[in-house]
Design a protein around this ligand. Structure first.
Ligand code: OVM
Length: 401
């Protein structure tokens, strides 16, 4: 437990950010948070919260003060045993982080990612053709899940990809960043079985000769990392690379279906398709929150934070901060949406974002070419998770172009 160090000037927020009702519809709560002040004390968990863009951005960019090596969830690795071996990428600081990161930067380079495009396009066209034939379908399962679970494991080099397990693992990892609520407990109950499966898939022998996995092991052959570290980096890809893109693409489809005028603007100007994804990430950030831990006493906006204290950054609240964005609650695919912090910022900023962007671009383009109208047929159902935002079901109907 963190010592309460609230001085009377600090706004106290009593609501639980991980309450299931708030997770289902977090935007009013985020407004409260931003308006309460630049730094708030979250009484429920006795830690600090940041909801404004400027402060979230600054915190992400000061890794020396706000470290990742004590975990980027609510659990403090210095005091509690982590649920899994910590990631050598996400849950490390420089210099260890730098070594792992430079390998991932090379493996996921623009040149490497560009080579995926034609396979991604073929897969997207097949999946989109099939749903259009049906006319009515579930854009969450039939597109947002179906596409990344096909192309991403192929890109990594998984030979047998059981999509069930990959999605379950991502869901577990992102629930595990949160507090011990019902979502956390349900995920921990299935963690042993699913983790065993994942670890097995991270071995050199389980991976094809081509793909990001083999590329990572090539760095082990060069002596830059150990065999074990290479497996851990494959695990990072499998943890961070699937749930996130499934949720991101789902959020894009849901926002477009719910805003038919935006779909028409996009049809008239298909070159907006990459901006649609940025606007989606800003508007409906698939990764809502991450934590940091202070490495020293630090004053933020006149508030003294002690050493070794957890700080919860609300990426999603920052991405709708009216101090940074005009009409932040409008989904507007023509706005300049870059600058959002949905991919983080600074040294831990999403290293796979080019793969994510490519997936979104290719799938939306395939849809755009073939579909005239995209409409919701009933209310989408939200998918609850302690960290990610996404949709379990998005019932839609389409008419062919
Ligand atoms: C990891 C990782 C990296 C980024 C995000 C993430 C679960 C995990 O290295 O395991 O989310």
């Amino acid at each position: 437990m963190v010592e309460a160090k609230t001085d009377s000037k600090v706004p106290v927020v009593d609501k639980d950010p991980f309450d299931l009702g708030i997770l289902a519809d977090p935007f009013d709560f985020h407004e409260e948070l931003r308006e309460a002040g630049p730094v708030v004390w979250l009484e429920q968990y006795r830690l600090w919260g940041l909801g404004r863009y400027e402060n979230v951005h600054a915190t992400l960019n000061d890794w020396e003060t706000f470290c990742s090596s004590a975990g980027v969830g609510i659990s403090n690795f210095r005091k509690e045993k982590p649920w899994r071996e910590p990631s050598i990428l996400l849950e490390k600081d420089p210099p260890e982080h730098t070594r792992a990161r430079s390998i991932m930067t090379k493996v996921l380079s623009p040149v490497a990612v560009r080579k995926l495009r034609s396979d991604f396009e073929t897969a997207a066209e097949k999946i989109v053709d099939e749903v259009i034939q049906r006319g009515e379908f579930d854009a969450a399962t039939d597109l947002a899940e179906a596409f990344p679970t096909k192309v991403f494991p192929d890109a990594v080099g998984l030979t047998a990809h059981e999509r069930e397990y990959l999605l379950r693992y991502g869901n577990i990892a992102f629930n595990a960043f949160g507090p011990r609520n019902s979502l956390f407990e349900a995920s921990m109950a299935e963690a042993p079985e699913v983790s065993e499966w994942i670890i097995d898939k991270c071995r050199r022998e389980a991976l094809s000769e081509h793909g990001f996995g083999a590329q990572i092991f090539a760095h082990a052959d060069q002596g830059e990392i150990t065999e074990h570290e290479a497996g851990m980096l494959v695990r990072s890809l499998l943890t961070a690379g699937l749930d996130t893109t499934v949720n991101g693409i789902g959020c894009a489809l849901r926002s477009l279906a719910a805003n038919p005028e935006q779909w028409q603007i996009l049809r008239n100007n298909p070159s907006l398709v990459r901006n649609v994804f940025d606007e989606t990430l800003r508007y409906d950030s698939p990764v809502q929150t991450f934590f940091r831990t202070t490495t020293r006493e630090v004053e933020v906006e006149g508030v003294k934070l002690g050493e070794g204290e957890k700080v919860l950054m609300f990426l999603s609240a920052a991405n709708r901060d009216p101090r940074r964005w005009e009409n932040p609650h409008d989904f507007d695919i023509q706005r300049k949406a870059t600058g959002h912090v949905a991919f983080g910022s600074g040294i831990h900023g999403c290293v796979g974002q080019m793969v994510a962007r490519l997936e979104a671009e290719v799938l939306l383009s395939a849809l755009l070419k073939r579909v005239k109208t995209l409409e919701l047929t009933s209310e989408p159902t939200v998918k609850l998770n302690n960290t990610t935002r996404g949709w379990a079901h998005i019932p839609v109907s389409v008419t062919a172009a």
